[in-house]
Write a protein that binds this ligand. Structure first.
Ligand SMILES: Cc1cc2nc3c(=O)[nH]c(=O)nc-3n(C[C@H](O)[C@H](O)[C@H](O)COP(=O)(O)O)c2cc1C
Ligand SMILES: [Mn+2]
Length: 497
């Protein structure tokens, strides 16, 4: 894989997916697969690629049988650290914790920039109304075997407006094809779009909705990763880029969507009308919530670029992907902990297989109770509170991005009788696999202090591992021999082969 230079950042301009694709292609990270079927084949190939490759490329599927060959599906946009950094306008040569640290600095200093409202853009190259609207003409995948439908929205934007305040929100809430002009959506409790929806239903009014399927992946990050309440996701995106993005005001709803969107729709939800939705393979790697009645949007206008691209980020079992989500979440938990006054945090990480269910924090212990404070705050600050399970605090010598190191710390620096606490009745939700159906809502947390006990930390057994200085000295001296040993060893460590 090509390595981008330290200073390489993306082409910003109009925040256009096609510019992003050019950058990714130039870095040698875009592959094309022609002829995979929308029904399971495309999803299965995506999963197999993620299983087998430690640095999975972005993959563009075209020539989907039965469809216009130029109507495409793009997957794995953010599945490497380098593409995540490129998308977030950060240097692309950073390792995991420095990247998280750079991201949190960017988030802390972020000044939202309002979008430019423009009269037209590429998304208006094709405009359809009424009977001419047909989403069945797009190669929408059925991603996993147990899915109850074809999911058009897995890496997309759902734009809604608060019926009382008029404030707009952009969220990523899964969208299932119901019919050629109907899409179902599932929004979980507490999400901004859900609050807007509930207000409109209470008032008994049709609820206008716009959606975008296919856009610059930074907009997907904005729609899917806790932009704070009260901050508009387009303004946030502008803040990350350092310049406004271009949006169009939807002619029917007045809701805004990016001028360079690949596909956009405008429509409305009618109070009281529901259709079966789900199930859908969710990010924990399960079907924890069943098929049930959910609202749907009746589409009144469809807009799309020539040769449109659907972006997909269906969740697969998190043992094979999702590092970017770990990094983004880690940055917001770290900032939340710092804002709550926890000093000397050296790193925060969420092991990708566990995602939000496990937060690992490294600290330089400064006072008695520092580790406990870090653990409690990590588990309950806003970014860490929802759907967590385990919080592990380790000393600063542990590499928290290496699961082996974390397991070693737990195994050797925690004593179950004295290092563990359980919090009860904490914030969970419908996706929590271990909570019984009908009981979902609360769960519990375990916090583990896997640190040298503060009172006798200076007498804690020294580790037998070589010091950084010794490692450096001999790895420099024997560099050639070591390099040749390494080259004769496995080139990469394939996963799931
Ligand atoms: C790939 C992906 C799919 C998601 N699907 C859903 C979903 O179906 N329903 C939901 O409520 N949240 C879903 N989320 C989480 C929300 O997008 C996320 O909580 C976001 O912050 C919501 O925006 P809001 O804070 O403006 O409500 C998804 C996130 C990702 C990354
Ligand atoms: Mn929001």
């Amino acid at each position: 894989m090509a390595t981008a230079s330290a200073s390489k950042t993306q082409t910003i301009g109009a925040c256009d997916l096609r510019d992003w694709l050019k950058d990714v292609e130039a870095a040698g990270q875009l592959e094309k697969i022609s002829g995979a079927h929308w029904d399971l084949e495309l999803g299965a190939l995506t999963e197999i690629i993620l299983e087998r490759m430690s640095s999975p490329p972005a993959v563009m599927f075209d020539a989907v049988p039965g469809y216009d060959p130029n109507r495409r599906v793009l997957v794995n946009m953010l599945e490497t650290l380098e593409r995540t950094a490129l998308t977030l306008n950060l240097a692309t040569n950073l390792k995991t914790i420095p990247l998280i640290d750079a991201l949190r600095a960017r988030l802390r200093a972020l000044q939202p920039i309002k979008p430019n409202i423009v009269s037209t853009g590429p998304v208006m190259e094709n405009v359809e109304h009424g009977d001419r609207i047909d989403l069945l003409e797009f190669p929408v995948p059925r991603w996993h075997e147990g899915d109850g439908g074809r999911y058009l929205g897995t890496a997309h934007l759902v734009i809604t407006r608060d019926p009382e305040t008029g404030i707009e929100n952009v969220g990523c809430y899964r969208v299932m094809l119901q019919d050629k002009d109907k899409v179902g959506l599932y929004i979980s409790p507490g999400k901004h779009g859900k609050m807007h929806y509930e207000k409109a239903m209470k008032a008994g009014k049709p609820f206008p909705v716009a959606m975008v399927f296919g856009q610059h992946p930074l907009l997907f990050i904005a729609s899917s990763q806790a932009v704070p309440f009260g901050v508009n996701e387009y303004d946030w995106t502008g803040g990350i880029l350092g310049q406004p993005i271009d949006v169009i005001e939807g002619p029917l709803t007045g809701l805004h969507f990016p001028a360079s969107a690949e596909i956009a729709i405008e429509g409305e939800i009618i109070p009281g009308q529901m259709l079966p939705e789900g199930p859908f393979g969710e990010w924990p790697g399960y079907y924890a919530s069943a098929r049930r009645a959910e609202p749907f949007v009746r589409i009144k206008a469809l807009y799309y670029r020539n040769d449109p691209i659907i972006c997909g980020a269906a969740p697969f079992k998190p043992t094979i992907h999702g590092m970017y989500r770990s990094c983004l979440r880690a940055a917001t938990v770290w900032n939340g902990m710092e804002q709550a006054g926890v000093p000397d945090i050296r790193g925060v990480y969420l092991p990708p297989p566990a995602q939000r269910f496990m937060i690992v924090v490294a600290i330089k212990q400064r006072y008695p109770g520092h580790a406990k404070q870090a653990a409690l705050v990590a588990s309950q600050c806003h970014a860490g509170a929802y759907l967590g399970r385990y919080v592990i605090v380790v000393d600063e010598d542990i590499d928290i991005t290496d699961t082996n190191e974390v397991v070693w710390a737990i195994a050797t620096r925690s004593d179950p009788a004295t290092s563990v606490d359980i919090l009860r009745r904490t914030w969970s939700g419908p996706l929590d696999p271990i909570i019984e159906p009908g009981q979902k809502g609360h769960n519990s947390r375990m916090i583990i202090e896997a640190v040298r006990p503060y009172e006798w930390r200076d007498r804690f057994p020294a580790t037998s591992a070589i010091s950084d200085d010794t490692r450096k000295k001999y790895s420099t001296k024997w560099a050639k021999v070591l390099a040749s040993l390494q080259s004769r060893n496995a080139q990469s460590r394939p996963r799931g082969a």
